[in-house]
Ligand binder design. Structure first.
Ligand code: FEO
Length: 178
């Protein structure tokens, strides 16, 4: 059975994943307002993906008979960002999530909580993939230097990535076609 301390930390991570969902929803909204439908769809896909992460942790806590402690979800920043700034903010955020997940693994190992350690391995892998994807997209955007043709290409590319995520079942049903 999971310890109260480990469960409290995992509850904190549920909150962080829900915040991530909220954070990407805000970026999706900003991108749509800027007529970048593909970018907007990609952030919306990430919104649903983060909800799924929160629910995966929620289910684990319930299966471990732990108490669910739902905390207020902070409002994401309301800054008006360029696409490049959005992606930079995404990478910074995902690095913070990675650090939090690694902290949870450290704690599970210290407690010799094998079940939680194994459960968290999926998130460790997921974070590596997420950081790599965002880093790759950001790298290309830095090459274009925010030029309109580059942005258009990126918009189409992210639209295709969002569609692939939806097809893989990682997202909810309401991602609008680009
Ligand atoms: Fe669930 Fe992208 O962290």
């Amino acid at each position: 059975m999971i310890s109260n301390d480990m469960a409290a930390r995992m509850n904190g991570q549920v909150n962080m994943e829900l915040y991530s969902a909220y954070f990407y929803l805000a970026l999706s909204s900003q991108a749509e307002s800027g007529s970048l439908k593909g970018v907007s769809n990609w952030f919306m896909a990430k919104h649903y993906e983060e909800q799924a992460h929160a629910m995966k942790m929620y289910r684990y806590l319930k299966d471990q008979d732990a108490t669910i402690e739902l905390q207020p979800v902070a409002a994401p920043p309301a800054d008006d960002l360029t696409v490049r700034q959005m992606l930079e903010a995404t990478l910074t955020h995902e690095r913070e999530v990675t650090a939090a997940i690694h902290g949870l693994v450290d704690h599970a190992l210290a407690e010799k909580d094998h079940a939680t350690n194994i459960f968290l391995q999926w998130f460790v892998t997921e974070q590596t993939e997420e950081e790599a994807t965002v880093g790759e997209v950001l790298g290309r955007l830095r090459l274009f230097g925010d030029k309109p043709e580059g942005l258009l290409m990126l918009d189409q590319e992210l639209s295709a990535m969002a569609a692939a995520m939806a097809q893989a079942g990682a997202t909810g049903p309401t991602v609008a076609p680009a």
